[in-house]
Design a protein around this ligand. Sequence first.
Ligand code: NAP
Length: 221
Amino acid sequence: MNKKRVLVTGGTGGIGQSIVERLSGDPRYEVSSPARVDLDLESRESIDAYFSEASVYDIVINNAGINFPECIEDIVDKHIQSSLNINLVAPLLIIQKCVPHMKQQRFGRIVNVSSIWGVRSKEKRTLYSATKFALNGVTKSLCRELGPFNILVNSICPGYVNTSLTQRNVTPEEQEIIKKEIPLKRFAEPSEIAESIAFLISENNSYMTGQTLIVDGGFLA
Ligand SMILES: NC(=O)c1ccc[n+]([C@@H]2O[C@H](COP(=O)([O-])OP(=O)(O)OC[C@H]3O[C@@H](n4cnc5c(N)ncnc54)[C@H](OP(=O)(O)O)[C@@H]3O)[C@@H](O)[C@H]2O)c1
């Protein structure tokens, strides 16, 4: 059996680790998840270098992301650049590198990990929402452009997930208040996000493309 080659960015993070574990345990996939020293998403040179040596991928999961919750007056240039580069420009460049092979194979699956703050927003999420709304725009445009080549492109929009990113950005008191507003009364586990992604990239998903799949325990409903 020809294994599908999968690239996962941000594999050291809470959700990324779960994606890597879930897919590495599946004999259909050969998973690569380069560390930041090998693929620094803030650096155009690093992206060019990584893909000059590698590597053809049938499936790309753009998972790495950062979030600096700041009021508009406090946003610093460094955070604007990092957010744009890591959350938006890098996913776009990675897709650009991988699409020629996918087109040739007439098979591809791309999943962009966005957020509920890519379909709605809240205070102190100006930068984060700007990048995640834009990432969903990338998904929608590419769904149209790449559909004729049997390349399916989707965003997944997690709600609150039990990861260090959430622990950093939401105080314990806020967490308790938010849990009361979630119909399922809890945050997601990273493995639950990984499971949804496993569906999106699998052969079971043959017709879903261009979507922003919200996995939030019903929070936005
Ligand atoms: N956690 C949530 O509640 C939640 C909710 C909605 C959406 N999301 C989205 O889900 C994705 C994963 O989130 P998470 O909670 O797992 O985040 P996390 O635990 O903070 O992990 C972030 C990952 O991104 C990588 N990364 C950051 N900057 C990088 C760079 N310059 N080059 C290469 N890798 C870089 C980190 O690598 P290092 O180990 O090198 O730092 C890490 O592997 C993100 O896109 C996030 O926006 C998360």
